[in-house]
Design a protein around this ligand. Structure first.
Ligand SMILES: Nc1ncnc2c1ncn2[C@@H]1O[C@H](COP(=O)(O)OP(=O)(O)OP(=O)(O)O)[C@@H](O)[C@H]1O
Length: 255
């Protein structure tokens, strides 16, 4: 289980994430919504270790990860998607995934012969590329891929690490209409597997409604609502103030 306790960060006098306490169980998909600047991405950055908390803790399965760097938190099972920096742009697509598989296997590799090991790594990497529908582009350089494909590659790299927790920050942003379903299918598949904890920052309410078991709302850094999607999204306070839409049932969040 992932848990944040009183998680807080201040930038000068501005409190971007304000004492957020929340627990997320394996097998669940929680959407984090709220207007621009509400603190959603910053909350992710605090969980993954990209930013140091001013106060509070991040715990995974009871272990306090607060003092660990981002790479160490990744090793513990916190997987953050959609940071393009995690790709190696000048390496082929397949190599990007293979390096992630290899990083996960770590020292265990020494037990295998170089050849068996290499073959197994390539097979696993190709299987992951098939899952994200990029196997035909295995030899292309990551930098040459269109934006949507780079995002799919990031998902493959993340899956290669086999994290316990997936943090998806606007996974379909900037994607073309035909690319969106591929990424949503992947997230749906991960959810179906039932053992991951998935957190999703998403502005599209139809996606939230379909994928999420639970919605939490951040406003000015604080957690202001938490519950089942229909329940939370129906709250007038969420509709009007926090999501920036009229309380008449607009479908898309303007955030
Ligand atoms: N490194 C930083 N230094 C100073 N202020 C920051 C920093 N990172 C975030 N902020 C501020 O913290 C607040 C929360 O930003 P954040 O990006 O987390 O919001 P968000 O809910 O993800 O917004 P959006 O929906 O637009 O992505 C904003 O006021 C932002 O300007």
């Amino acid at each position: 289980m992932l848990e944040t306790r009183n998680l807080t960060i201040r930038f000068g006098g501005h409190v971007a994430v304000d004492r957020v306490s929340c627990a997320f169980v394996p097998g669940s998909l929680t959407a984090i919504v709220g207007p621009n600047g509400a603190g959603k991405t910053t909350y992710f950055n605090l969980i993954s270790g990209q930013l140091p908390a001013s106060e509070g803790q991040v715990l995974l399965d009871g272990e306090d990860l607060s003092a660990l760097s981002a790479p160490l938190r990744t090793r513990k099972g916190l997987g953050r998607a959609f940071q393009l920096t995690q790709l190696f742009p000048h390496l082929p697509v397949l190599e990007n995934v293979r390096l992630a598989v290899q990083a996960r296997q770590g020292l265990g590799l020494k037990m295998l012969s170089v050849w068996v090991n290499h073959k197994a790594l390539i097979e696993e990497s190709m299987a992951l590329l098939e899952r994200v529908r990029l196997s035909s582009k295995a030899q292309a350089l990551a930098a040459s891929l269109p934006h949507g494909d780079q995002r799919k590659l990031e998902v493959a790299v993340l899956m290669a690490l086999q994290p316990k927790v997936y943090l998806f920050d606007e996974p379909t942003a900037g994607m073309s209409v035909d690319e969106v379903p591929v990424v949503l299918d992947l997230i749906r598949d991960l959810k179906r597997e039932g053992r991951h904890t998935i957190l999703l920052v998403e502005h599209k309410m139809d996606v939230v409604r379909e994928l999420a078991d639970r919605v939490i709302v951040l406003h000015q850094g604080a957690l202001v609502a938490d519950g089942a999607p229909a329940e939370v999204m129906a709250l007038p306070v969420v509709q009007e103030a926090y999501l920036g839409v009229a309380a008449t049932g607009a479908e898309e969040v303007v955030a």
